[in-house]
Design a protein around this ligand. Structure first.
Ligand SMILES: *Cc1c(COP(=O)(O)O)cnc(C)c1O
Length: 396
């Protein structure tokens, strides 16, 4: 199909291209001045005196923070099954175990009411995931973590920018937050991520471990009195630094982040208005005037829509519209299922949410006409399937 509307596309302008070319001509390709600037500007964007550390993916950032928490074999980390596998995979990298807690069926976020009974003497941390860019109900999660002495790492891969109780995600009273700049996320560097924290010890550990375990402190200390070649390795670190080429894209994307959010919000509002009354459940809205990043616009097919989710996506595709599904819950994937002997009904809310979930295209490069096409296609597919059912009922 030559007029196919893809599910997602990055929004790269001449500014990003010029900034990358500038880096390419500068002679400095890897982590350097652009990355330092990107970190400073990202920290300013989030505000509240946070430190920002650029990494080459959100997955790397999640891994680094958990390592800095001291998570290791014998420890347990609580998270949602309704996420991308990266959230949980990094826990296994450290030899620790996952304990999944089911979601709130209204928000698709971790259900705080179910967290406490999942806590054991081995529990060390909670990873809430702000699904689609709607903040988790963080206050009870923070209270539970305090009561049990647990760390909180926010997976904010979807949540730039979003707020909870009118505070930007990244500024809440948690231990660290990680954002993603993967190609489909709200801002992108191709691949990339950012750790945000106010905890100096966590920042220092992540800073060293993202680059071979080389202590910058030692490096900085020695450069004043010793030759520039000298450095000290304090641990067997990772190779998780972000290149200046990627940071160039990030610098320009960050300038557009508020504008992107406004555009996404307007598009979500248009979907809300035009898809109302159809046999689908529209995405949950933030409470108390909070900001939703609208990384995803995920609808649910109601039982009146006599069509399977697979068939719906197939029929949308036949009309030239790409859709997706967020997420296939982790406990339905072979690895996680086998690792913890999990059954679909172990997390019934996540299972049910997934069975009827469809993410519609929503991105800033879509035109009004593109969105009209999506809306018409959704109406068309659902109408066809409702009418047929009525006829078959009437016809006997
Ligand atoms: C995209 C995503 C990640 C991983 O981000 P990368 O930057 O690709 O590593 C982690 N968690 C969630 C919920 C995501 O959607």
């Amino acid at each position: 199909m030559n007029n196919f509307l893809p599910f997602a596309l990055p929004d790269i302008g001449e500014e990003e291209i010029a900034e990358v070319v500038d880096s390419l001509r500068s002679g400095w390709l890897t982590t350097g001045p652009k990355t330092q600037r990107f970190e400073r500007e990202f920290a300013d964007f989030i505000g509240s005196d946070v430190q920002a550390l650029a990494v080459n993916s959100a997955t790397a950032g999640l891994h680094l923070v958990l390592e800095a928490f001291g998570i290791g074999p014998g420890d347990e980390v609580i998270t949602t099954p309704y996420t991308f596998t990266a959230t949980a995979g990094v826990v296994r990298h450290l030899g620790a175990d996952l304990v999944f807690v089911d979601i709130d069926p209204k928000t698709f976020n971790l259900d705080p009411a179910k967290i406490e009974r999942a806590i054991t003497p081995r529990t060390k941390a909670i990873i809430p995931v702000h699904f689609a860019g709607l903040a988790c109900d963080m206050q009870p999660i923070i209270e539970i973590a305090r009561r049990h002495g647990l760390k909180i790492l926010e997976d904010a891969a979807h949540a730039l920018p979003a707020t909870y109780h009118n505070q930007l995600i990244g500024t809440l009273d948690t231990d660290a937050t990680v954002f993603s700049f993967y190609a489909t996320k709200t801002i992108t560097t191709g691949e990339g991520g950012m750790i945000v924290t106010r905890d100096h010890a966590i920042a220092e550990r992540c800073r060293a471990m993202r680059l071979h375990g080389i202590s910058r402190d030692a490096f900085d200390r020695y450069t004043s009195t010793k030759p520039a070649w000298h450095y000290e390795v304090i641990a067997p670190g990772f190779k998780y630094n972000l290149t200046d080429i990627a940071s160039s894209i990030g610098l320009q994307q960050l300038k557009k982040a508020w504008g992107f959010q406004e555009q996404r919000q307007r598009m979500a509002e248009r979907y809300d208005a035009e898809l109302a009354g159809l046999p689908i459940t529209l995405p949950p809205q933030p409470e108390n005037g909070d900001l939703h990043s609208w990384h995803l616009y995920a609808i649910r097919l109601n039982d009146h829509a006599v069509i399977s989710r697979e068939e719906f996506i197939q029929q949308m595709s036949a009309r030239g519209i790409g859709c997706s599904v967020h997420f296939i819950p982790l406990h339905l994937h072979p690895y996680w299922q086998k690792a913890y002997d999990l059954q679909p009904h172990d997390f019934p809310m996540a299972w049910r949410a997934y069975e009827r979930a469809v993410s519609l295209p929503l991105y800033t490069r879509m035109t009004e006409g593109d969105q009209t096409r999506v809306i018409e296609a959704v109406k068309d597919v659902l109408a066809g399937n409702l009418v047929e059912t009525m006829e078959s009922v009437v016809g006997g």
